[in-house]
Design a protein around this ligand. Structure first.
Ligand code: UTP
Length: 292
């Protein structure tokens, strides 16, 4: 059985929903409490057994490379000041995985971003795909959950969440047969359907395991209806060619950090769980709620 040991994290998008914050800083580096979003994703990948992580970056994303690199001056400075706890926190970051970076010259779509990294994947290897704003508070973490589903079905997996019907029009929605245990055999996918045309309220959250067949389809694709090369369109072709595709409803709480409101919710949720500030933040939230 093939093990999932490699991951691609596409982070080349413009993050327009966070402008002007993202004019010169990557949206993936925005901190939730005291860690950039992307570090949560890398930690979860590492915990799930991923050894190699390839970031697909673009212009203005250098801060991500620096974050996962060793920082000699900072290390030296913290050691001199005796801040040992911080030293180990900072050192840990660069040892979470082996990191590599490829550039996507233009943001031509999430599928195009993934294809830009395909030459770094081994022939025949399944690969975890983790979009840069897919934050979940879950145990086991969502990388582990989709990898477990892959190990069970030995076919590509889409991580799913159930959303209220009125929200489906912002997502890729699946049409699938319930297999029990949160798993679905997917028969089709519709991108951003109107609520009354959606086949279900199960949406793709931005985490997947893909197989070499999907890379092959992506390599041969031109811009779809959206003008972009999208992973969802590659799945569509794969299904039409008779491929088997599964979805796994993820356990835990989805803290999507791709838009402002849910980003702030994520900060509050994880802030309340934080050892250092949790109790004070909880008091503040309660006090503020009373004043509203
Ligand atoms: P999104 O569309 O959610 O992210 O893409 P975005 O483009 O950064 O944000 P908005 O919509 O402008 O606010 C999902 C993921 O795919 C990556 C993004 O970085 C994000 O992690 N992506 C998207 C690429 O790497 N390249 C692309 O061409 C498109």
């Amino acid at each position: 059985m093939k093990k999932v040991k490699k991951a691609i994290l596409p982070v080349a998008g413009f993050g327009t929903r966070f402008l002007p914050a993202t004019k010169s800083s990557p949206k993936e580096m925005l901190p939730v409490v005291d860690k950039p979003v992307i570090q949560y994703l890398v930690e979860q990948s590492s915990e799930a057994g991923i050894k190699d992580i390839t970031f697909v970056t673009g212009r203005g994303k250098r801060a991500i490379e620096d974050h996962f690199d060793k920082s000699f001056e900072l290390d030296h400075n913290l050691v001199e000041k005796g801040k040992h706890e911080l030293v180990s926190k900072v050192r840990k970051i660069s040892s979470l995985a082996r990191f590599s970076y490829v550039r996507q010259p233009e943001p031509l779509g999430d599928g195009h971003a993934i294809a830009c990294a395909s030459h770094l994947m081994g022939k025949g290897d399944p690969v975890l795909i983790f979009f840069g704003d897919t934050l979940y508070d879950a145990e086991p973490n969502i990388a582990t959950q989709v990898i477990q589903a892959f190990e069970k079905y030995q076919a590509p997996i889409i991580g799913l969440a159930e959303v209220p019907m009125e929200e489906v029009s912002s997502f890729g929605v699946i049409d699938g047969d319930d297999l029990g245990g949160g798993a679905y055999k997917i028969g089709g996918m519709v991108e951003k359907p109107a609520a009354d045309e959606a086949p279900s309220n199960l949406v793709a959250v931005g985490i997947y395991v893909i197989t070499p067949e999907i890379f092959k389809i992506l390599a041969g694709m031109n811009d779809g209806k959206s003008g972009e090369i999208r992973l969802a369109d590659a799945f569509d072709i794969y299904l039409r060619e008779g491929g088997e595709l599964y979805g796994q409803k993820l356990e835990g709480e989805w803290l999507d950090t791709g838009n402002k409101l849910s980003f702030i919710k994520a900060t509050i949720k994880l802030g309340i769980k934080h050892d250092e500030i949790g109790e004070d933040l909880k008091d503040f939230v309660k006090k503020t709620a009373k004043e509203l």
